[in-house]
Design a protein around this ligand. Structure first.
Ligand code: NAD
Ligand code: TYD
Length: 339
């Protein structure tokens, strides 16, 4: 099997590459990544030594580049992680989200059509379902929940899902889609809630909580997510959508307080800041379909996963200190300076 992993120098894609090479030493893994601000070759340093791994720097929206790559390598599976992934950046500058997430997905699908593929897998998000109210804990997103997006990020992800489904119906490209909840774990870029709070707490900086911190996310340990995608590409039914989530709902404030407690830092570091416009209240996945059909269950409870994650950030300070000492500083100032 030759798998093309796009966006493999980012958070989830890199964890997926490590998981696949560990689990299937005979597979060949190609990574295509544009190395945007979120891509990082240091993340792939270990795996880059493997003779089964090859890296290509390029943009999924660059048709000529993508066609050349398919012509040369003829991958039989594509797993598309490449995306602009941060909601706050999509509010600041939506255009690049449309370019990469929609047009880039379109180019990959065209390449699959032209050169043939056994499976194209689209890594999507529960954010395509919009949000749930806080006072209805009985409600969950199923695969049948209508698409109803809030941010330019989630709208662009929903558009790419629709494109993927259209290539299945119209051109018979063998596709699958997974929609997962918020991931956390090693190599998570420090603009996102959990790594941002860990890094700030370790530096005794304020922890910026949007609004009242009462929004709820359903946290999924990244390795559990990678195992679910592994199952879907091997056993999932073509044309289907699978929700992936771990029944690990926490308010943002609970998450932040857990980080502070684990690091022995005071809650006085918390600073409530202006809320995100259009901020989704609650995400919660019903993972019954993937559990019943493919036998997937999450194995890492939040209380264990957060300890593992904090330990990783403590053991790998150089990785995130290199990031936050660079252009990230101007991003941080712009997003949080006057907030
Ligand atoms: P990330 O931002 O950490 O990584 C994205 C990677 O894609 C980076 O390596 C970046 O360089 C690369 N990339 C960006 N634009 C590209 C382009 N035009 N061509 C090639 N490569 C490009 O993102 P992540 O958190 O690892 O998310 C991966 C996927 O999972 C995304 O599609 C995202 O929408 C989805 N997702 C993420 C989460 C989460 O909690 N992180 C939850 C649900 C879904
Ligand atoms: P984030 O990690 O950006 O993921 P998403 O918006 O895709 O769920 O944010 C997770 C939650 O944390 C979300 O409700 C926004 C909130 N948040 C803060 O309160 N402060 C922050 O500095 C960040 C980055 C996020």
């Amino acid at each position: 099997m030759k798998i093309l992993v796009t966006g493999g120098a980012g958070f989830i894609g890199s964890n997926f590459i490590y998981h696949m090479l560990d689990t299937y030493p005979e597979y060949e893994i190609l990574c295509l990544d544009a190395l945007t601000y979120a891509g990082n070759m240091e993340t792939l340093a270990e795996v880059a030594k493997s003779p089964k791994f090859k890296f290509y720097k390029g943009d999924i929206a660059d048709r000529e580049f993508v066609y050349d790559l398919f012509e040369k390598e003829k991958p039989n599976v594509v797993v598309n992680f490449a995306a602009e992934s941060h909601v706050d950046r999509s509010i600041d500058n939506p255009g690049i989200f449309l370019q990469t997430n929609i047009l880039g997905t379109g180019v990959l699908l065209d390449a699959c059509r032209k050169y043939g593929i056994d499976r194209y897998h689209q890594v999507s998000t529960d954010e395509v379902y919009g949000d749930l109210p806080l006072d209805r804990p009985d409600l969950f997103f199923t695969e049948e929940t209508p698409i109803h997006t809030s941010s330019p990020y989630s709208a662009s992800k929903a558009a790419s899902d629709l494109l993927v489904q259209s290539y299945y119906r119209t051109f018979k490209v063998p596709v699958t889609i997974s929609r997962c909840s918020n991931n956390y774990g090693p190599y998570h870029f420090p603009e996102k809630l959990i790594p941002l709070m860990i890094a700030n707490a370790l530096n005794d900086k304020e922890l910026p909580v949007y609004g009242k911190g009462e929004n709820v996310r359903d946290w999924l340990y990244v390795l559990d997510h990678c195992k679910a995608i592994d199952l879907i590409i091997h056993k999932g039914k073509v044309g289907e959508v699978y929700n992936i989530g771990g029944h690990n709902e926490r308010t943002n404030l609970e998450v932040v307080k857990t980080v502070l407690k684990e690091l022995g830092k005071p809650e006085s570091l918390i600073r409530y800041v202006t809320d995100r416009p259009g901020h989704d209240m609650r995400y919660a996945i019903d993972p019954t379909k993937i559990s019943k059909e493919l036998g997937w269950e999450p194995t890492t409870a939040f209380d264990d996963g957060i300890k593992l994650t904090i330990k990783w950030y403590l053991d790998n300070k150089k990785w995130w200190e290199n990031i936050i000492s660079g252009e990230y500083q101007s991003y941080y100032e712009k997003m949080y300076g006057e907030r």
